[in-house]
Design a protein around this ligand. Structure first.
Ligand code: 13P
Length: 252
């Protein structure tokens, strides 16, 4: 059965001390109050990875980077490789977030290199896709997302594709307070699953967790997660408060 997953993406927030405090608060609340069958992941800044790994029960909470380098190693000043991420004890890496595509020029070509390195180093990629408001208003979201998948993760061998988590994050819903409706989320998640089925077969499609991201909060998580093709969330702002993050985890 496919996994239910709630992953926080802290983005460029919290200094190290604040991050450790937040991770510990999440750890305590999750241990006491979260359902065992929901996988919980914290996507933290690179600087926090090893300390957050030390601060949580990693048998219960997975730790994720928010990016990794497109090169394995070498003269790439400022880059952090997949191997470095893995060596901290982190198990996941968020790849292809719209903020990285938009502000840092991340292309499908770069993403393919990052995906290969993440997988080679035993990290689970949380691969993000999703359309802009302009694309949504033109009702071209399905074609847009399909193209994102076809240019990247659909090129992977099936054995690697099975290791991925997908996050659908409509750009117009990120940090805007404007969540996709439950129907909109279900519709595109079902579409994504159908494209996976067409490419890799029904069994792979059924096993792939597809998370929703974009202004997900404790007040709307339940309705979103009740959809049969929404397997959890990738949470930005609401992941910065341990109680709100727990409220979303308990939306299942
Ligand atoms: P918000 O939850 O702040 O809208 O961010 C969503 C997101 O981008 C998670 O990766």
């Amino acid at each position: 059965m496919r996994k239910k997953i709630v992953a926080g993406n802290w983005k460029c927030n919290t200094n190290l001390q604040e991050g450790i405090e937040l991770a510990k608060a999440v750890d305590t609340l999750v241990a006491k109050e979260a359902a065992d069958d929901v996988v919980v992941v914290l996507g933290v800044p690179f600087t926090h990875l090893s300390k957050v790994v030390e601060s949580v029960n990693t048998n219960r909470i997975g730790v994720s980077a928010q990016n990794c380098a497109a090169e394995a190693k070498g003269a790439f000043t400022g880059e952090v490789s997949a191997e470095m991420v893995k060596s901290t004890g982190a198990e996941y890496v968020i790849l292809g977030h719209s903020e990285r595509r938009e502000y840092y020029g991340e292309t499908s070509e770069t993403l393919n290199k990052k995906l290969a390195l993440a997988l080679k180093n035993g990290l689970t990629p949380i691969y993000c896709c999703g359309e802009s408001l302009e694309v949504r208003e033109a009702e071209a979201q399905n074609e847009f997302v399909k193209k994102q998948l076809e240019e990247t993760i659909f090129n992977l061998p099936e054995s690697d594709f099975r290791k991925l988590v997908i996050a659908y994050e409509p750009i117009w819903a990120i940090g805007t307070g404007k969540t996709a409706s439950s129907e909109q989320a279900q519709e595109i998640h079902a579409f994504i699953r159908s494209t996976i089925a067409a490419k890799f077969g029904d069994e792979v499609a059924e096993e792939t967790s597809i998370l929703y991201g974009g202004s997900c909060k404790p007040s709307n998580a339940k309705e979103l997660f009740a959809n049969k093709d929404v397997d959890g969330g990738l949470i930005g702002g609401a992941a910065l408060k341990a109680e709100d993050f727990l409220g979303i985890i308990n939306g299942f």
